[in-house]
Write a protein that binds this ligand. Structure first.
Ligand code: ADP
Length: 247
């Protein structure tokens, strides 16, 4: 279980996160939602140990700041919003996910190679394996990095707006891959700007408003609370198939 206690964070003198406490349930898909600038990415960066904060984040009771970088990489993986276009191929990129498991030579064991192949299959990008990241589309690149994350095989997957550059079919594929990972026991924590997707795929939701958590709980509870409508300034509509859209 990932626990956030009284977390605050700033950029210089500007405080952007205020006293956030939340529990991220193990084996569940949790979406972080909120308006632009509400602090979603900063919160995820704090959890990924990429932004300084006051307060405490614990993983299974251990303060994450006391866990070594290598151990942390086995427990927690992070997919940022802006993914670099490197000269590497898709297969090479996915293999980087095994870094926490290899020795100093970086040589992949048979187990590592299997994990790389499995991740490539899981993300449906086998046909792109030998392509360089600069030769594929933004959405395909996102799937390649998702496969890198799958190869890393951490218990917790942190993703910052993972479907931003994707068309609807690719977004569906990525979210299905995350759902499968969740079903396999992974904990998924994703910043999501698309409310319809968030409500469709997430078990739990954290809603931020100006750096404060105004809601943290189950998908059904947030739908009942009316907080999405109030904070995001949208109307929700339940369609005949049970899905929600927010306009
Ligand atoms: P969100 O992900 O919800 O859009 P962010 O976490 O990116 O929000 O930003 C929260 C606040 O922090 C915003 O007011 C934003 O302008 C500010 N901010 C984000 N990144 C920086 C930065 N590098 N330097 C200064 N302020 C920043």
């Amino acid at each position: 279980m990932l626990k956030i206690e009284k977390l605050s964070a700033s950029y210089g003198k500007k405080q952007v996160l205020f006293d956030i406490s939340a529990v991220i349930e193990r084996g569940k898909f949790t979406a972080i939602i909120g308006r632009n600038g509400s602090g979603k990415s900063t919160l995820l960066s704090c959890i990924a140990s990429l932004h300084s904060y006051s307060g405490k984040i614990t993983l299974g009771g251990r303060d994450i700041s006391s866990i070594s970088r290598r151990e942390r990489a086995k427990a927690l993986s992070f997919l940022p919003q802006n993914l670099p276009i490197t000269p590497f191929t898709v297969a090479e990129t996915v293999a980087f996910g095994r870094e926490p498991y290899t020795d100093l030579t970086g040589k992949l064991s048979d187990l590592d190679k299997k994990a790389v192949c499995r991740a490539i299959e899981q993300c449906g990008i086998a046909h792109l394996s030998d392509k360089r990241l600069g030769e594929i589309s933004g959405g395909e690149r996102q799937m390649a990095y998702l496969a890198m994350m799958m190869a890393q095989n951490a218990a917790i997957l942190l993703l910052d707006e993972p479907t931003t550059y994707m068309d609807a079919p690719n977004a569906r594929e990525l979210l299905s891959a995350l759902t499968l990972a969740r079903d396999g026991g992974k904990t998924v924590l994703a910043v999501m700007h698309d409310l319809t997707q968030a409500i469709k795929y997430a078990d739990n939701v954290i809603l931020l408003d100006s750096g404060r958590p105004v809601f943290s709980g189950s998908r059904d509870a947030i739908l009942q609370s009316g907080e999405i409508e109030r904070v995001m300034g949208v109307e929700s509509h339940r369609l005949a198939d049970g899905q929600y859209v927010f306009l």
